[in-house]
Design a protein around this ligand. Structure first.
Ligand SMILES: [Ca+2]
Length: 464
């Protein structure tokens, strides 16, 4: 296996030039292949971490990742809910292209996901945590799963032994079947031992696997800060009384921009008191810091192993969280709090420290970027593009837009302009986020924007 990888590595420079936006830079890569580490949160809103300038949330480890590589300020999920976004990240394709939209849709990615790709190139592959695979294939190219995953029939273990024994402590920690715990006014501390919490165990069970001779690909994928709004007690205490209020309240939304957000705007979640809203947002911030501490444990382990600098590290989320913005909670719409995500990529030998990229990108770009950074030719059938040129300051020749959606509904962002088609056949919404970051002024009927509206509409529907 190792020899094969070396052999392939010698051929790499021949392949690098073949993909449209790939870079020469990957050919500078070490002959020893880098490790690949993907760190994921669930429902992490794009600016809720320290390096993004958030005034409350403490995330020293995400900040450490941001400072040692690239931070993308305008990254989008390709679908504002779990499964389709995750399968899009896995395959580098838009949800429409893989036929996955709802959280019950199966994705037949055999032979086309990044785990299969790196496995093909000789990498052992491990995933600890949530992938939300639907259907028979619970591995999608991963060799090893040390902890159970969630599907809609409950928790089960889908590790390499086929053990499906349910874990009570998983249920107790993260019972996402309990719809009452979805309510934002249900926020409370998780009072069990930290060592019995799901996030802590996702880290704990995956860490030993990282100590190995050959280059590897690993995913640590946390379920938080997704509801239930229950950070462990110490994280609850850290933020108690520090929750803030949404920037846009339901009553602030102009006529015509209230429809198509989500059904949750019409139920009694709108009428939470300000104290309840602050409490829930504080709980959410606590969960982010909890996940951040897990990431710190992984970075520390790589440092101890001496492999931190030879590891490509990605941090991202499958989508964001409305957190009460526009009177709405959870996700499922195309406004920035729901669809825009954090994206950090580091690999010191190819990505300059402290890089900030403001070009719009989306989850389809991650897979080809990993391939490029690792020195492999970018797979030809992905929709995304390698972000290596952008991270090295070359803005020419690459896509300058990001898209999210399925079929005839979605959003596209190019520069500061963002087009949303909120539902099939609906009037479009066009926002200039430089002047209107809260997406409150629809420009789509302004004659000055007619040409841009047409361009962006074409761009959106040609994305997939
Ligand atoms: Ca999710």
């Amino acid at each position: 296996m190792f020899k094969y990888k070396r052999f392939f590595g010698l051929l790499l420079p021949l392949f690098i030039g073949l993909s449209g936006c790939s870079s020469e830079s990957a050919s500078e890569a070490n002959q020893d292949q880098p490790n690949v580490l993907i760190l994921m949160a669930d429902e992490h809103v794009w600016d809720a971490f320290g390096a993004a300038g958030h005034p409350i949330v403490q995330t020293p480890n995400l900040d450490r990742l941001a400072s040692r590589g690239a931070r993308f300020t305008v990254a989008y999920a390709t679908w504002p809910a779990c499964v389709a976004a995750r399968m899009s990240l896995l395959t580098g394709k838009y949800p429409t292209e893989i036929g996955v939209r709802g959280n019950n849709d199966n994705c037949d990615t055999i032979g086309s996901g990044y785990a299969t790709f790196f496995s093909y190139h000789g990498y052992p592959t491990m995933v600890s945590g949530k992938m939300h695979f639907i259907g028979e294939d619970q591995f999608h190219g991963f060799d090893y799963r040390p902890i159970g995953d969630y599907n809609h029939s409950g928790w089960y273990v889908s590790d390499t032994t086929g053990n499906r024994e349910p874990f009570d402590w998983l249920q107790a920690d993260m019972d996402v079947h309990n719809m009452e715990d979805r309510r934002p006014d249900s926020a409370r501390p998780y009072d069990g031992p930290l060592e019995e919490s799901l996030s802590w165990n996702i880290t704990q069970r995956g860490l030993p696997w990282l100590d190995r001779e050959s280059s590897w690909l690993a995913v640590f994928s946390y379920l938080q800060p997704h509801w239930p709004w229950q950070p462990p007690q110490s994280y609850w205490d850290q933020y108690e009384g520090k929750g803030d209020l949404p920037r846009v309240r339901y009553e602030d939304i102009p006529e015509g921009l209230q429809s198509g957000i989500s059904r949750r705007t019409t139920d009694d979640w709108n009428v939470l008191t300000d104290d309840e809203i602050r409490r829930t947002r504080a709980a959410y911030y606590g969960m982010i810091t909890f996940v951040d501490d897990q990431i710190g444990r992984i970075l520390d382990e790589l440092e101890n192993l001496g492999t931190l600098d030879n590891t490509i590290i990605v941090y991202t989320s499958d989508h964001g969280e409305m957190l009460g913005e526009r009177g709405t909670w959870l996700k499922g719409n195309y406004f920035d709090p729901a669809t825009r995500i954090p994206l950090l990529i580091s690999y010191p030998s190819l990505i300059p420290e402290g890089t900030v990229v403001n070009t719009p990108v989306d989850l389809t770009d991650v897979f080809p970027t990993l391939a490029d950074l690792a020195g492999f030719s970018t797979p030809s059938d992905v929709s995304g593009e390698s972000l290596v040129p952008l991270m090295r300051g070359d803005l020419s020749g690459c896509n300058d837009w990001a898209a999210s959606g399925y079929g005839d509904v979605g959003m596209v962002r190019q520069g500061d302009l963002k087009l949303i088609i909120p539902s099939p056949g609906a009037d479009p919404w066009l926002f200039d986020l430089a002047e209107d970051p809260d997406e409150l002024k629809n420009l789509s009927r302004k004659p000055a924007y007619a040409e841009k509206l047409s361009e962006l509409t074409h761009l959106l529907f040609s994305a997939w």
